[in-house]
Design a protein around this ligand. Structure first.
Ligand SMILES: [Zn+2]
Ligand SMILES: [Zn+2]
Length: 445
């Protein structure tokens, strides 16, 4: 080839390169092939907005009828009724009240989306038309919205089922609030052959219409403990004849603080909180035993295991120094430990791109680490997963209180946004996966 024939092809190549750059600049956060333009996001959002009245009515029904962990019978029945109406097939039960719906080709790749269904033992203090009808129970963590958003995604995905390039499994799980419902879903095979899993949790700190995600360790591994320190009770006028468990407990409680201040890397995040001490009664009697307990948290599951071991040792040793005996329970019945929620780095990057397409880059943030626990972590022990956050803050509506507050209130404007987000997680993941596969095929050729 001589220089004259080479030149036009170089010019053409440069022009193509420039065009490619320009396209990338106009969509700096996309980097996604296939459904990579804002048109996709706008279309999905408008489809979700069309369903807003239905979404709001579903959420209000669930909000008015909260159910505690593993008792989500009516919530589960409502979900199944709605799936039946849509014509979406599902398997029931998983973990007592859980449901797994499935749509798409029925073949890999399989992506899972998850919502939790349970409420909290709290009395709602917000006076509004759709306040909880059950005294002492309230959806104060937004799980009513999570269920609604996943049902919304079911509807949108079903409307667009011919475009699903693989399979989507929708997990409606019980008992996130302390019951480790996710661990039972996993044991009973709810993940199927899913290779990744996504979920989103409402976030009272960011405004409606925004989302965030955080890579790596994001939510804490959590466990509780209870200890009984047994001494020898007797007349408080003769302490030398007794073995005072109160003194042992007091030294132990102070010594536990040292586990964080002296034994934990200052750059690691861990918590030891003694939240409960009980024992004694008559003011002139040294009690024969004292009970204490609390919560342990760490941003890594290994860190939690170390804390559990050290808390046990510290309490036992301090009891023994004071002539008492301690029994420490790290597996308190009804309080299963949760592993740390560790978000997959690639899925975090992917979620940032999906969020930007849907809501605009200005409405997508890198999230924060929080020392609360989330049983979503059990899925992440099996496959890569991403727990994202979705904004519900709207001060004009009073949507500004933290989850688990009796004043918790959410902006229902989040419902279509969440439905579209979960839909986009599934559709775009499967699209990208297919395109990557196709790319590999062409490279191989
Ligand atoms: Zn909660
Ligand atoms: Zn929650």
């Amino acid at each position: 080839m001589d220089r004259f024939t080479a030149r036009p092809s170089i010019v053409l190549h440069l022009l193509l390169l420039l065009l490619h750059r320009l396209l990338l600049v106009s969509h700096p956060n996309s980097g996604v092939r296939g459904v990579s333009d804002r048109g996709y996001g706008a279309e999905l959002l408008s489809l979700a907005e069309n369903e807003k009245d239905w979404l709001v009515s579903i959420r209000r029904q669930i909000h008015e009828n909260p159910e505690l962990l593993f008792q989500e019978y009516n919530t589960s029945a409502l979900i199944r009724r709605e799936l039946d109406k849509m014509g979406v097939s599902y398997t029931f039960p998983f973990a007592k009240t859980g449901i797994v719906a499935e749509m798409g080709t029925g073949s890999p790749p399989i992506v899972a989306l998850r919502a939790d269904m349970d409420a909290l033992p709290l009395q709602e203090l917000v006076e509004w038309e759709h306040k909880s009808k059950i005294d002492g129970l309230m959806h104060a963590c937004g799980h009513d919205a999570h269920v609604t958003m996943l049902l919304g995604a079911a509807k949108l995905l079903h409307q667009r089922k011919d475009k699903i390039k693989g399979t989507v499994r929708l997990l409606f799980q019980p008992a996130e609030e302390g019951g480790a419902g996710a661990s039972f879903m996993v044991k009973e095979g709810a993940l199927g052959g899913a290779e990744v899993i996504f979920a989103t949790h409402i976030n009272h700190k960011s405004p409606t219409g925004t989302i965030s995600s955080h890579p790596g360790p994001t939510l804490a591994a959590v466990s509780v403990f209870r200890a009984n320190i047994e001494g020898r009770g007797g007349h408080a006028a003769a302490p030398h004849l007794q073995r005072d468990p109160l003194i042992a407990a007091s030294f132990a409680i102070l010594a536990l603080q040292v586990l964080i201040s002296r034994e934990t890397d200052p750059l690691d995040s861990q918590v030891v909180s003694v939240t409960y001490v009980q024992g004694g009664g008559p003011l002139n009697v040294i009690p024969s035993s004292i009970e204490l307990g609390g919560t342990l948290r760490s941003l890594t599951t290994e860190g939690l295991h170390r804390l559990q071991q050290r808390v046990k040792e510290v309490i036992e040793v301090h009891a023994s120094v004071h002539g008492c005996k301690a029994a420490v329970d790290m597996n308190v019945e009804g309080h299963p430990s949760y592993p740390a929620t560790v978000n997959d780095e690639n899925l975090h990057q992917f979620a940032q791109r999906v969020g930007a397409l849907l809501l605009g880059p200005e409405n997508v943030k890198v999230g924060e680490k929080v020392m609360a626990g989330e049983d979503f972590a059990f899925y992440q022990q099996v496959i890569p997963g991403l727990m994202s956050s979705i904004g519900i803050r709207n001060e004009g509506l009073g949507a500004k209180h933290s989850p688990h507050s009796p004043l918790f209130f959410l902006d229902e404007g989040v419902l279509p946004v969440g439905a579209a987000l979960l839909t986009a997680f599934a559709e775009m993941y499967l699209n990208e996966k297919q395109e990557l596969g196709a790319e590999r095929m062409t490279q191989a050729c």
